[in-house]
Design a protein around this ligand. Structure first.
Ligand code: SF4
Length: 408
């Protein structure tokens, strides 16, 4: 195992929050808190089970990932390409680029690991050889050369220490650069969604920074920052090794300064109780100031077990917010409002209200919105309200449809 120093050290850890001691979220706990919805027996069982797991991980120091990785080689010919299409309705066939197994950013709500970070991270040193093969097969000479996005990375953070210190991220970008040199008419496009801060993009390997490599991919890539709406101190707990918000926006500005499209944000997760008019306005004004013109909102989704943990973290910050969180998610009528792997989303009516509150603000700022098919369907959002491809060219996750028409 190789230990490393994180680019952005955790500003607070879950283990040293003054006075914090995980308890059991049960009926009595919810009543004491003043929660005015009555969860079903199944939900209460899941909350109790989640509380128990949380207590164990807390006492065994297993809540956030150790900052280390192991290097492995893979057989590029044996990797099965993964297609990114959770909803079955994604607009363009998108291939996943996942050069590590695990993630040392350690988000407690992680959509991929459901917040479990006990496993060690494995980084595939020669992953770029698989990328070369995939690009050749799909968009190389003699291939069908259809429009494809290559999504770096849906199952991990693309620019984390294990991919940066080792040059794995740089080598993947070099494969794309080499591919476009060999195949100037390639219809491959690189879609990056990342929590990277400025320091990550400035990280050099063999004299070249990530940003230097982005510059060589101009017209063929987009960089979408991923940012959450929540109190800063809560973000430090929930995203222990991610760049702070202002550093992520600094990364956006670096890209934009270098002529890289970086004007769409994945806004996720959205912690609904935090969505007061002041917080909405402060958050989106900061995005607007960084040059963001589009965003894809995504409310927190979590299995009920995990809500017992996230609620208690929020309660350490503010008990009233914790109460509201349970009220947004745990009413029996909301039990079937679940995304993949049983992750529950906030009550639909409340979600529509929160979405409207955000859009009222972002309309005034001139920002557009894109959403995925699942959310559109669940919340019954018509194309009049949010078009499939909006006026800025964005759709779904924030894919920039104009990228395929670019004159490169
Ligand atoms: S950065 Fe993404 S993949 Fe990594 S822990 Fe956070 S949510 Fe999960």
């Amino acid at each position: 195992m190789i230990d490393f120093k994180p680019f952005y050290s955790s500003r607070s850890t879950v283990y040293n929050l003054p006075g914090f001691d995980p308890g059991k979220v049960d009926k009595a706990y919810l009543q004491n808190l003043g929660v005015n919805v009555e969860p079903s027996e199944d939900t209460l069982c899941a909350l109790a089970a989640g509380s128990e797991v949380f207590r164990r991980r807390f006492s065994e120091n297993l809540l956030i990932p150790r900052q280390r990785y192991r290097l492995e080689e893979l057989d590029p010919a044996a990797v099965s390409p993964e297609i990114h299409n959770y909803t079955g309705r994604c607009p363009t066939l998108t291939y996943e680029i996942n050069p590590v197994r695990g993630c040392t950013v350690g988000c407690q709500y992680c959509l991929v690991s459901d917040g479990v970070h006990e496993q060690e991270l494995v980084a595939f040193d020669n992953y770029h050889l698989y990328v070369r093969r995939l690009l050749d097969e799909q968009n190389g000479p003699g291939s069908a050369n259809q429009r494809h996005y290559y999504y770096f990375s849906p199952k991990t953070e693309a620019f984390q220490e294990a991919t940066l210190y080792t040059g794995i991220a740089h080598r993947i970008l070099l494969e794309f650069i080499d591919h476009f040199k060999r195949c100037p008419g390639s219809q491959a496009r690189l879609f990056i969604a990342s929590k990277a801060g400025a320091r990550h993009l400035e990280c050099k390997y063999q004299g070249l920074s990530v940003l230097d490599l982005f510059e060589q991919l101009k017209g063929r890539m987009q960089f979408n920052t991923s940012v959450s709406i929540m109190p800063d101190a809560f973000r430090d707990i929930l995203e222990p090794y991610a760049a702070p918000l202002d550093e992520r926006l600094a990364a956006v500005k670096l890209c934009r300064g270098a002529g890289i499209p970086a004007d769409s944000a994945l806004v996720q997760p959205i912690i609904t109780p935090w969505l007061t008019p002041e917080h909405i306005s402060g958050f989106f004004s900061a995005l607007h100031e960084a040059g963001i013109v589009n965003y894809k909102p995504e409310f927190l989704t979590a299995c009920v077990e995990n809500i017992a943990m996230l609620g208690q973290y929020l309660g350490w910050f503010d008990k009233n917010l914790e109460r509201q969180l349970y009220e947004d998610y745990l009413m029996p009528s909301n039990e079937t409002h679940r995304k993949q792997r049983g992750r529950i989303a906030p009550d639909k009516e409340r979600s529509r209200g929160y979405l409207k509150a955000m859009m009222d603000c972002t309309d005034r700022l001139g920002m557009s919105v894109s959403i995925c098919y699942w959310v559109r369907k669940q919340l019954n959002i018509s194309e009049d309200i949010i078009p499939l491809i909006n006026r800025n060219g964005f759709q779904c996750l924030g894919y920039q449809s104009k990228l395929f028409g670019s004159d490169v």
